[in-house]
Design a protein around this ligand. Structure first.
Ligand code: SAH
Ligand code: SF4
Length: 369
C-alpha cells in the first residue's frame, strides 16, 4: 500500500471525488499533514470517521520505521529507517548558520557505481517512491517539533544514497510536494538536487520551470580522470555533460554548483585545478565550485587530500576568478558521509549473522555426547 505522503494536493482531491467526498477536504487533509505535521490519520479531528477509515483502507501513513538516531558533536543527526520491505535507508539533519537542512535518500543502493562512494558499492535494489522520500523529511520535522519546538527544516539537499535523476518522476513529485505553498513551503531556492551527470535528465530538468538548484558531481577536470573514478563518464563524457549544462543555463539562467571531492593524488594536483578553471571559464558567472574534502570509505583505497593540496587548488581557482568554497564538514564523528551509517549497520548485521551461522555450524560439528 502506498503512503499518503506520496500524494499531491491534486491527487488527494481526485481521490476524494472518486469516493464521493467534498473537494475542500483535500486542503484540510493537506494541512494536517504539512502544516500540523500530525503522525496518524486519527489525529485529523475535523475529518469524519468514515472518511478516515476510507483513507486508511487505501493508504499507509508513514512507510518508515526508525531504527537508529545518532547525533554528532556538531548536532548533525543521522536517522536510519527500515522500510515496509525491510530495506534500510538513511537521512541526515544538519545545522547551519542559515538554517536546518535535511539530506534525503532517493534509491536503495545506486547503479552509477562511483568508485569512491559507499552507496555505489551496493547495486540499486529499487527506487524509492515519492512518499518514502517525503516521509523522511516529515519524520525529521516531527522529531524537531518534539525535541526543539519551533525549529523548522528550511533547506533540502537531495544528496543521500541514490541518483535522483535515475528516479526522476518520484523525485520531481517529492519536490512539488515539499515546495507546495499551502504545505511545508520549503522554497525551491532552498532545495538542491545533486546528479552524477545524467545529461538527458539535466536537459529535462531545465524544462521543469522549477527554481530548484542543480548540483553536478564533477570530481574531475578531464575525461581520463573522471572515467577512472566515475563510470557514468563513459556514457556521458564531459563534452556531452557540458552541452547539457550549457543548455540548462541557457534555459533557466540559473547557477550550477559543481561538486569536487578532493582525493589525494587522483584529482587534487595544481594542473587539475588549472584544467578545471579552463573547463568552467565559459560559464564562469554561473558556476560555483564546492571543494569537498573526501570522506574515506573503508572499502576503497582512496584517501583525503592533505590540507595544503586543497588550499593550493582553491588558490588556483580563485586566481582564475572561479567562484569557489571549501565545504564545511558535518558530523565527521558519526560517519556522516553518504551511505556510511547504513553500510556499517548492514555490515554489523551480516557479521552477526555470520557469527550465528558459525556457532550453529560449530554446534553441528561438535562430537555428539
Ligand atoms: N548520486 C548523486 C547524489 C548523491 S551523492 C550524485 O552523485 O551527485 C552526493 C554527493 O556526495 C556527490 O557529490 C558524491 O560524489 C559525494 N560523495 C560520495 N561519496 C563521498 C565520500 N566518501 N566523501 C565525500 N563525498 C562523497
Ligand atoms: Fe551513486 Fe552518487 Fe554514490 Fe555515485 S556518488 S555511486 S551517483 S550515490
Amino acid at each position: 500500500m502506498k503512503s499518503i505522503y506520496g500524494l499531491t494536493l491534486e491527487d488527494i482531491k481526485t481521490w476524494l471525488e472518486d469516493h464521493g467526498e467534498k473537494g475542500y477536504r483535500a486542503k484540510q487533509i493537506w494541512q494536517w499533514l504539512y502544516v500540523q505535521h500530525i503522525g496518524s490519520f486519527e489525529e485529523m479531528n475535523n475529518i469524519p470517521n468514515q472518511l478516515i477509515e476510507a483513507l486508511k483502507a487505501d493508504f499507509d501513513f508513514s512507510p518508515l520505521q526508525i531504527q537508529i538516531v545518532q547525533t554528532a558533536s556538531d548536532r548533525t543527526t543521522k536517522f536510519l529507517f527500515k522500510l515496509k520491505d525491510d530495506h534500510m535507508i538513511e537521512t541526515v539533519l544538519m545545522y547551519h548558520n542559515y538554517g536546518l537542512s535535511v539530506c534525503v535518500t532517493t534509491q536503495i543502493g545506486c547503479n552509477i557505481g562511483c568508485k569512491f562512494c559507499a552507496s555505489g558499492l551496493i547495486p540499486k535494489q529499487r527506487d524509492l517512491e515519492a512518499g518514502e522520500i517525503v516521509a523522511q523529511l516529515m519524520f525529521i520535522q516531527r522529531y524537531l517539533d518534539e525535541h526543539e519546538p519551533g525549529s523548522k527544516v528550511s533547506h533540502i539537499v537531495v544528496m543521500g544514497i541514490g541518483e535522483p535523476f535515475d528516479n526522476y518522476e518520484n523525485v520531481m513529485r517529492f519536490l512539488r510536494i515539499v515546495n507546495h505553498d499551502q504545505g511545508l513551503q520549503i522554497g525551491a531556492r532552498h532545495i538542491t538536487v545533486s546528479t552524477s551527470g545524467l545529461a538527458p535528465k539535466i536537459r529535462e530538468f531545465a524544462q521543469e520551470g522549477i527554481q530548484v538548484n542543480l548540483a553536478v558531481s564533477l570530481h574531475a577536470p578531464n575525461n581520463q580522470v573522471r572515467s577512472s573514478i566515475m563510470r557514468i563518464n563513459n556514457k556521458y563524457p564531459l563534452e556531452e555533460l557540458f552541452d547539457a549544462i550549457y543548455e540548462y543555463i541557457k534555459v533557466t539562467n540559473r547557477r550550477v554548483t559543481f561538486e569536487y571531492i578532493m582525493i589525494e593524488n587522483v584529482n587534487d594536483q595544481p594542473e587539475h585545478a588549472q584544467e578545471l578553471a579552463n573547463l568552467l571559464k565559459p560559464i564562469k558567472k554561473l558556476a560555483y565550485v564546492n571543494l569537498i574534502p573526501y570522506n574515506p570509505v573503508v572499502e576503497n583505497p582512496f584517501t583525503r587530500s592533505p590540507k595544503e593540496n586543497i588550499e593550493t587548488f582553491f588558490d588556483i581557482l580563485m586566481k582564475n576568478t572561479i567562484n569557489c568554497v571549501v565545504r564545511k564538514e558535518h558530523g565527521t564523528d558519526i560517519e556522516a558521509a553518504c551511505g556510511q551509517l547504513r553500510s556499517q549497520y548492514l555490515k554489523k548485521q551480516a557479521d552477526k549473522e555470520a557469527r550465528k551461522a558459525n556457532r550453529v555450524n560449530r554446534r553441528d560439528k561438535s562430537p555428539k555426547k
